[in-house]
Design a protein around this ligand. Structure first.
Ligand SMILES: Nc1nc2c(ncn2[C@@H]2O[C@H](COP(=O)(O)OP(=O)(O)OP(=O)(O)O)[C@@H](O)[C@H]2O)c(=O)[nH]1
Ligand SMILES: [Mg+2]
Length: 292
């Protein structure tokens, strides 16, 4: 059997988590149109009779601005060094700058073999894709390039077979039928954060952390979930709550629906917004509230 770890690396918002979810066939990582959606490395496991691909989704490469993002970048760097293969994800729709080419070359010239997933082709003209692939090779990128669309599932099966071929021979690296290394509790916190990312703009979503206080399954199969939404500033708290609590009510109800879909059961959700000034720069606090 072929089996191994594939580090999914790329700039923030490139489409890494969407691609991992589609390859794995289940939602293991949240997705949003905002950069820095993924904060941890998350395993997504695809097991067939012939192979096992263990994708390691990572925080997107982004200019670090605080202790939390320093940690996130370290996670990505560490992953890139400790896998069997790197799948570099590039958002083709976002253009192809000289900086992008340099970054791709930096990873492809490393010790670990790499391929490039040039994604979001569903919203791009064909000529642009061909031009960019040509430009990559003309500029000295030597790895294989796969134009794909995670959203429309274009070229995904081909990419999967290719990656399987590239894996070392050996037993499964992850046993059982798990698809992720993260707990239900982790995913519940992430679903809350995803809905906040989708609903609120600017600085607010980036300064959010979720702390689950209670996660209990009752005899009738439903769940009681109680969580704190941590934000960085008092004015963020006011925006999150909204006039007469309308904003928090709306986002909580949106999150509850997502949690019910994920758990396949009814959820009773209570949320509380609390401020922890500048928590993203406080290592001790990060350790306490940053769920891993
Ligand atoms: N049209 C189109 N949009 C896509 C595709 N893949 C991802 N997106 C969108 O791109 C945005 C970013 O997707 P993510 O999967 O969260 O990107 P990411 O690279 O994991 O981002 P970070 O975790 O912040 O680094 C979302 O709005 C996705 O819906 C695709 O194949 N086609
Ligand atoms: Mg992501």
């Amino acid at each position: 059997m072929k089996s191994g770890f594939i580090g999914v690396i790329g700039k923030a918002n490139a489409g890494k988590s969407t691609l991992v979810n589609v390859l794995v066939g289940e939602k293991v990582a949240i997705v949003s149109p905002k950069p820095q959606t993924t904060r941890h490395s998350i395993l997504g496991v695809l097991t067939t009779e012939e192979y096992q691909l263990v994708f390691v989704d990572t925080p997107g490469i982004y200019k670090s601005s605080n202790y939390l993002t320093d940690m996130m970048m370290k996670t990505t760097d560490d992953t890139a060094k400790d896998v069997d293969f790197v799948l570099f994800v590039h958002d083709g729709h976002g253009g192809l700058s000289d900086g992008d080419i340099e970054l791709i070359k930096k990873y492809s010239s490393g010790r670990i073999p790499m391929a490039l997933a040039y994604t979001k082709i569903d919203i791009m003209p064909k000529e642009k894709i061909a031009d960019d692939v040509k430009k990559l090779y003309e500029n000295g990128v030597e790895c294989d390039v796969f134009p794909v669309s995670a959203r429309k599932r274009q070229n995904i099966a081909k990419l999967e077979k290719y990656l399987a071929e590239k894996m070392p021979e050996g037993d499964k690296v992850i046993s059982g039928d798990v698809v992720s290394d993260k707990s239900e509790k982790f995913m519940i916190a992430e679903i809350m954060r995803e809905k906040i990312l989708l609903k609120f703009d600017d600085e607010i979503p980036h300064g959010i952390a979720i702390v689950i206080n209670a996660f209990t399954r009752k005899d009738n199969g439903s769940y009681d979930i109680n969580l704190d939404i941590i934000c960085e500033k008092a004015n963020h708290k006011a925006i999150l709550i909204g006039k007469q609590g309308r904003a928090i009510k709306e986002v909580s109800s949106f999150a509850r629906e997502g949690m019910e879909k994920f758990l396949g059961a009814k959820v009773f959700l209570t949320t509380y917004v609390r401020v922890e000034e500048d928590w993203r720069n406080r290592p001790g606090l990060i350790k306490d509230i940053f769920i891993v």
